[in-house]
Write a protein that binds this ligand. Structure first.
Ligand SMILES: [Zn+2]
Ligand SMILES: [Zn+2]
Length: 398
């Protein structure tokens, strides 16, 4: 492939500093960004001449207000200030705005932290749209559950939506594809662009019958001018690599080719891993590079490489997130990495956790299911693919 503009990694100590008041026992550990970028560094990816690292910036109120209600932003700021004055805030809450523990605790300087995450992803989209970077990766981005006036599922401000709204503000005719591969349904992003055909929001997720947020049915397809521009593939628990890849391949490339986006925004949550404590999608690290490589190839094919990827969810902070995000960045850089993890990183990360760390990027196969159960999962997946082909593909002339 021809040389192209660099890949931007949005990261810096600003994140940990802004999140220092975050509850230490919350499953969405801010340290995961440090661990992931640490593994990228240990592999030499930060020395790659085609990689540029830039720190995040805060999103402005005007940027946040494109997708969030002013009254909600005001309340987030106010409670964050109160929490900062008290030194903690986890006992504070505002039920109307979803700011309740344990999922969405009030914490000191909450507004500043959430606005920094939103600004980091917005910066990534700005660089990519301006051609300063071909691709961008934002390890701590991907807070896809936040709603217009409600914190939801560990997310206060919806950084992918804020970034997409900024692109649409600067380029009103732009067409954006949002691809959400997190185990959870990307409900916030879908809701915020529910009626807008300028955003094609595709989400593969563990079915809402089993997992938070409980929505994201295949029949939920957007509304009004946006009808057919929300695409949901709810999948069975323990779907596993092979079947997941079949669903991804059946749904994502044909719709992207038909839609012809100007920008692809992805949420690459690695909570689909079979060891994740919150979900049960049954996947391994072996399939993720194929997914990211496919998105990378499609970005070059369809929109001059313009791809902004966010790290999203993932609750095996030490054993999975760093490997997943390193594989993602390597895929964007078209770099093949030695499978064995650098021993210096293993020692440093191992000193921070009791958990046993896998020694390789690749995984052994996930535990297999009884054949009849796997066949039932495969049939259910094929039925979802068939529904999308019947109900949505014709709307896009596929
Ligand atoms: Zn998730
Ligand atoms: Zn590329």
């Amino acid at each position: 492939m021809m040389a192209h503009a660099p890949t931007l990694l949005v990261h810096g100590p600003e994140y940990l500093e802004a999140l220092r008041g975050y509850p230490p026992d919350h499953p969405l550990r801010p340290i995961r960004g440090e661990l992931a970028v640490g593994l990228m560094r240990a592999y030499g990816l930060l020395d790659d001449p085609t990689l540029v690292v830039a720190p995040p910036r805060m999103a402005t109120d005007a940027e946040l207000e494109r997708v969030h209600a002013p009254g909600y932003i005001e309340r987030v700021r106010e409670l964050g200030l109160l929490a900062a004055a008290r030194g903690t805030g986890y006992e504070l809450q505002d039920r109307a705005y979803g700011l309740t523990s344990p999922d969405n605790p009030v914490f000191p300087a909450m507004h500043e932290a959430a606005a920094l995450i939103a600004g980091g992803t917005t910066l990534a989209a700005e660089w990519v749209m301006a051609g300063r970077a071909a691709h961008a990766f934002v390890p701590l981005g991907g807070l896809h559950h936040a709603m217009r006036a409600r914190a939801n599922g560990f997310c206060v401000y919806n950084d992918p939506a804020v970034a997409i709204a900024a692109v649409l503000d600067a380029h009103p005719d732009a067409r954006v594809v949002y691809v959400d591969l997190d185990a959870h349904y990307g409900d916030g992003v879908a809701a915020l662009f529910w009626t807008d055909p300028r955003v094609l929001a595709i989400s593969l997720h563990e079915s809402g019958r089993y997992l938070f947020p409980g929505t994201g049915d295949v029949a939920d397809m957007g509304a009004g001018a946006g009808y057919g521009y929300t695409v949901n593939a709810p999948l069975e628990p323990f779907t596993g690599d092979e079947t997941y890849l079949r669903a991804f391949t059946a749904v994502v490339p044909p719709l992207l080719r038909a839609y012809r986006p100007d920008l692809i925004v992805a949420q690459l949550g690695c909570d689909t891993h079979w060891t994740d404590p919150l979900t049960e999608m049954g996947m391994t690290t072996n399939v993720w590079p194929l997914l990211t490589e496919t998105l990378h190839t499609l970005a070059h094919e369809l929109c001059d490489g313009r791809l902004v990827a966010t790290g999203g969810g993932g609750y095996q902070t030490y054993s999975v997130v760093p490997r997943a995000q390193t594989l993602d960045v390597a895929a964007l850089l078209e770099r093949a990495l030695p499978d064995r993890l650098p021993s210096a990183w293993l020692a440093a990360a191992g000193a921070l956790t009791e958990a046993a760390l896998p020694p390789r990027l690749s995984d052994p196969p996930a535990p297999t299911l009884p054949a009849a159960r796997q066949e039932a999962i495969n049939r259910a997946t094929d039925a979802i693919i068939a529904r999308i082909r019947t109900d949505i593909f014709p709307l896009h002339n596929v």
